[in-house]
Design a protein around this ligand. Structure first.
Ligand SMILES: [Fe+2]
Ligand SMILES: [Fe+2]
Length: 293
């Protein structure tokens, strides 16, 4: 594994910069701002924070190769790093403090609780609420020393051609897979409509948490966890040619989840101590006493 310089390791001041940028790319729909207008503005929008996010994507697109994903799967799917209760893992995640303004930003646990509480307020089943609460737990990868671009960012299939609907597609010019004929055709190492279960995605918090929870949660929950950052599909439909009918049915859930992830941020922080008993019960209903990371 190549060592990365500190700026290559952490181009973002905080992981939230990626999520804030998603909100610019996919603003909450309203009549005054048609979607195509938002897209134009996304390309034109320019400020220093924006350059940081661009740099983040440059590194992500350069280094997330097929071989890199294989290496990360071997490294992390052994789950030999830690074993802890889910709530403990959330507290562990919350030790991830960024350099950015700690007073203004909501911490990780607050984002997860706001997402889950918005799902609960809409009367969805309890496993959907639990999914909202858990969905970013895989970001603990950062605490194991992983570079930001191998934890967050839009995900995409590796082992086949990169769609030009992935954000900043021009940066794939620096990815060696672009010039490798095993990987640079439409289907690459895959068969047409083989189903996403056969497709390796770029490595990050989505796949990692899916692998941690896959034996315990209902399948729609697992799809939401595994593909919530796969914007090139759930927003742009760029990989229909790899999906099977089952994926198409399940992606209705991925799409249903996304607005809660993006648009549930409220400046009023949830009161963790009030909510903890409810979430501890939910965790106990679906998950084992401890999980292995
Ligand atoms: Fe996420
Ligand atoms: Fe999230």
């Amino acid at each position: 594994m190549t060592a990365h310089t500190p700026t290559e390791h952490s181009p973002l001041a905080s992981l939230e910069q990626w999520e804030d940028d998603l909100l610019i790319r996919y603003p909450e729909p309203n009549a005054a701002q048609p979607e195509h207008k938002a897209k134009e503005e996304y390309r034109n929008y320019d400020d220093p924070e924006r350059d940081t996010v661009r740099e983040f994507y440059r590194l992500n697109h350069k280094y997330q190769t097929y071989d890199f994903v294989m290496e990360k799967e071997r490294e992390f799917l052994k789950f030999d790093k830690k074993e802890m209760p889910v709530w403990g893992a959330m507290e562990f995640l919350n030790t991830l403090v960024d350099d950015s303004d700690p007073d203004i930003e909501l911490d990780q646990l607050q984002h997860l609780l706001q997402t889950a509480e918005a799902i609960r307020a809409d009367g969805h089943p309890d496993w959907f609420v639990l999914t909202g609460f858990l969905h970013d737990m895989g970001k603990v990868l950062c605490l194991f020393g992983e570079p930001q671009w191998a934890v967050v960012g839009d995900t995409f299939p590796v082992g086949c051609a990169h769609s030009d609907k992935i954000v900043y597609p021009e940066f794939f010019a620096d990815n060696p897979d672009t010039y490798d004929e095993r990987f640079n055709t439409k289907f690459g190492v895959y068969e047409p409509n083989c189903g996403l279960k056969n497709v390796h995605m770029s490595w990050g918090h989505d796949e990692y948490l899916y692998q941690i929870t896959k034996d315990y949660l209902p399948e729609p929950a697992l799809y939401m966890i595994r593909y919530h950052s796969f914007y090139a599909q759930h927003r742009e439909h760029a990989y229909d040619h790899l999906m099977d009918d089952h994926d198409r049915a399940m992606f209705k859930w991925v799409k249903a989840f996304n607005p809660y992830d993006l648009y549930s941020k409220s400046p009023k922080p949830p009161v963790v101590s009030e909510l903890k008993p409810y979430y501890e019960d939910l965790i106990a209903k679906y998950l084992p006493a401890t999980v292995r990371l």
